[in-house]
Design a protein around this ligand. Structure first.
Ligand code: C2E
Ligand code: CA
Ligand code: CA
Ligand code: CA
Length: 279
């Protein structure tokens, strides 16, 4: 239909139409990828101050038939926009729980936790808690081995739902971590009301912890704050021994970063675990 006016102009704007088409193309591409099982989880070790691995973070990768390994920053935003993050996030949760169940019989890995990233949209979905409960039951894992990494964006609004849902997850025995702490909306008074177990210091602070006094102060403050709220602190993006030494001296509890290992495909991770503690 031929129309006139501002809206029509907007709709027929070729650039915008191209963007709409690209969106739709990516959206259907993502759906097909999920169906064809092109997504995988890589696992990055998390170590304690003695260097012992006590868990891993699950990070999504897409084995694209033409583009090769695609990183999450290149598809998560689109997955969130199109809603595909719901089935994709559910798949990641199920896969991580299956991995935990497989490790239960394996001495090197029986006590490890797996941290799963949960997008805001996924957390807000009314079925989310039921899905977590169903996966725990289906796989028979110890709930505390499942760690959910939530982001500060959850604190921006809908606090009542957020608090209630976190309370239910906590009652299930699941471990709750607040990811990228200090990057977004942080309300200290809300923080004390959240049933959290861990705070993660964002890698942007860790990166300059030795060169930027402000980042050193922020990291130190996060550690002190976390401990005074009885939370453990995980530093992400630890790349050098000097960063590690600084964070250990400040009392940080767990560490994750290229200094220890990049995120690894499951076979490489299991080889890494075997090398850490030979049977
Ligand atoms: P994040 O949760 O903050 O994850 C940490 C990111 O830092 C990962 O990037 C990891 O590979 C990277 N990293 C680890 N060690 C180092 C280091 O020493 N130095 C540096 N510079 N980077 C390091 P990745 O894997 O590209 O993931 C990016 C983001 O994508 C994640 O950030 C997370 O927000 C999101 N993401 C990944 N997997 C999932 C998922 O299953 N669900 C959801 N909702 N989001 C996910
Ligand atoms: Ca994370
Ligand atoms: Ca981060
Ligand atoms: Ca800085």
């Amino acid at each position: 239909a031929k129309t006139t006016g501002r809206n029509a102009l907007c709709f027929f704007d070729p650039e915008m139409q191209a963007a709409v088409n690209a969106n739709a193309a990516v959206s259907s591409e993502l759906h097909i990828a999920l169906r064809k099982q092109e997504f995988v989880l890589h696992y990055q070790p998390q170590v304690d101050s003695q260097g012992r691995v006590n868990g891993v973070e699950a990070l999504l990768r897409w084995h694209h038939p033409k583009r090769g390994l695609v990183m999450p920053t290149d598809f998560i935003p689109m997955a969130e926009e199109t809603g595909l993050i719901l089935p994709l996030g559910r798949w990641a949760l199920a896969t991580a729980c299956e991995q935990l169940a497989a490790w239960a019989a394996w001495p090197q890995a029986a006590d490890l936790s797996i941290a799963v990233n949960v997008s805001v949209r996924q957390f807000r979905h009314p079925d989310f808690v039921d899905q977590v409960m169903a996966e725990i039951r289906r796989t028979g894992i110890k709930p505390q081995h499942l760690k959910l990494e939530l982001t500060e964006t959850l604190l921006a609004d809908g606090m009542d739902v957020t608090l209630a849902r976190m309370g239910t997850l906590k009652a299930l025995g699941v471990t709750l971590a607040l990811d990228d702490f200090g990057m977004g909306y942080s309300s200290l008074s809300l923080l004390k009301r959240l049933p959290l177990d861990q705070l993660k210091i964002d890698k942007s602070f860790v990166a300059e912890v030795l060169t930027d006094p402000a980042d050193a102060a922020i990291s130190r403050t996060i550690i002190t704050l976390a401990h005074s709220l009885n939370l453990k602190v995980v530093a992400e993006g630890v790349e050098t021994q000097a960063q590690q030494d600084f964070l250990v001296a400040e009392g940080c509890d767990q560490f994750q970063g290229f200094l220890f290992s990049a995120p690894l495909p499951i076979e490489a991770l299991e080889a890494y675990l075997m090398a850490q503690s030979p049977p």
